[in-house]
Ligand binder design. Structure first.
Ligand code: FES
Length: 98
């Protein structure tokens, strides 16, 4: 990361298949122990990979449990993740193409 420009780092974070990498912009607002970004939510289908959601989202499972995700979240698009609805990188191993 040393020496990389901001856009390059953001690009790398966006392509992290598991969503483990994340960043907070300088314009982020911290309130009530939650981090909120000041950008709109953006959804992007990655070629041969997950569905990326940029922004703050609440994911609710079938049992009603809620998980709050901030910054960048990768959702499985291949159907093979062991951590649905999130991508765990399995799409690479199975050669998912779409
Ligand atoms: S898209 Fe990554 S595990 Fe399914």
């Amino acid at each position: 990361m040393d020496g990389a420009d901001v856009e390059r780092i953001k690009e790398q974070v966006a392509h992290c298949p598991s969503g483990a990498l994340s960043y907070i912009s300088h314009s982020a607002v911290v309130a009530d122990d939650k981090t909120e970004t000041d950008v709109s939510t953006v959804v992007e289908a990655m070629k041969n990979g997950p569905l990326m959601v940029y922004g703050n989202v609440t994911v609710k499972d079938s049992a009603g449990n809620e998980t709050r995700k901030n910054k960048v979240t990768a959702f499985c698009r291949c159907g093979a993740s062991g951590n649905k609805p999130f991508c765990d990188g399995t799409h690479v191993r199975i050669g998912f193409k779409d």
